[in-house]
Design a protein around this ligand. Structure first.
Ligand code: SF4
Ligand SMILES: [Zn+2]
Ligand SMILES: [Zn+2]
Length: 319
């Protein structure tokens, strides 16, 4: 089969668009999509200080590789800082850190690594020992993701960052949207609005330039570019029946018969988050505010006094 755009043989059939693509045209299409997303959603300004959450997996490696190229075209832009969080998931995260370090060294990117142990006094293993009797209500990923989110934001701010860049792809974003919908968490949906200009004392502006690219295409691109990334999932993701996993397999099943389904969800999410954000803005005008944590001032779930991060910190603190 020939490529839809040149004389080369195709290596990939893009089901949702019907295109056949050779390696070169495929790579260009991914790079173009990243650039287009950044530009359409006005994600970056030339003087932004970028903090990139680098896990060592395919998504963040692809993102860093592309941001380096994009930034080279912008004269005098502040250099990117890659920020890796080490939860202390031995073997898995150690491999990720080795690959992240290597890539940053070769590409002369400043790389900062911080750990749960250093910031909270306990590693993931030690935290889970305290929580193991609560599984069912809360799983390792809920705890880990909550801590990672806080540390990325707090450390990113300390490093002088203005934008936190995350490697979430189309699959991640559509799953998160559907999960928030299933939990009836409309506040979260409104705050995920990609047009949102959040850069204040508490939160850095968060952007996701891969949010319109399916996970399988990121993987193919990373392989085409011979990026040295970790290609095994975290052991905790495999082990526990978290909602994300169930939503992921539901969407993948639907996609078999409706290849456009994740794109539709993405478009629906952008439209709905826009409507909900405007609606919430009107409510805030009437002094109805989002619920915030009494300790750290960050947003927290309905009917909570303190956020999950502060709750975890209190629970694991030594007496
Ligand atoms: S899969 Fe879960 S436990 Fe593993 S790094 Fe991600 S959030 Fe943490
Ligand atoms: Zn081609
Ligand atoms: Zn808090």
């Amino acid at each position: 089969m020939k490529c839809s755009y040149c004389e080369n043989n195709s290596i990939y059939h893009r089901k949702h668009s019907g295109e056949n693509l050779c390696g070169n045209c495929f790579n260009k299409s991914i790079e173009h999509q990243i650039y287009k997303t950044i530009s359409k959603f006005k994600m970056l300004k030339p003087q932004d200080k970028i903090i990139l959450g680098l896990s060592g997996g395919k998504d963040s490696m692809v993102l860093l590789c592309n941001l380096i190229t994009i930034q080279k075209k912008i004269p005098n832009s502040p250099s990117i800082i890659a920020l890796t969080i080490n939860e202390g998931i031995s073997e898995y995260r150690e491999k990720c850190i080795i690959k992240s370090k290597e890539y940053c060294k070769i590409n002369k990117v400043k790389h900062k690594i911080i750990s749960f142990k250093e910031k909270l006094g306990k590693s993931m293993y030690e935290i889970l020992e305290i929580y193991k009797n609560n599984y069912g209500k809360i799983y390792p990923c809920n705890i880990c993701a909550t801590i990672r989110r806080h540390l990325l934001n707090d450390e990113g701010k300390k490093l002088g960052g203005t934008v936190l860049v995350l490697g979430h792809n189309l699959d991640d974003v559509s799953q998160t949207f559907l999960m928030n919908f299933l939990r009836k968490d409309f506040n979260k949906i409104s705050r995920m609005n990609p047009f949102l200009e959040e850069n204040n004392k508490i939160y850095m502006k968060k952007i996701k330039p891969l949010m319109k690219i399916p996970e399988k295409e990121i993987l193919l691109y990373a392989q085409n570019k011979e990026l040295n990334f970790v290609n095994v999932p975290c052991p905790y993701k495999i082990k526990y029946p978290i909602l994300r996993k169930r939503v992921q397999s539901f969407l993948n099943n639907c996609e078999e018969y409706s290849p456009e389904i994740k794109f539709n969800l993405f478009k629906g999410f952008v439209e709905l988050s826009d409507i909900l954000w405007e609606y919430n803005k009107k409510l805030r005008g009437k002094k109805i505010n989002f619920n915030t944590c009494k300790i750290c001032n960050q947003l927290c779930g309905k009917n909570r006094e303190i956020c999950l991060f502060c709750e975890i910190k209190e629970k694991i603190a030594p007496y």
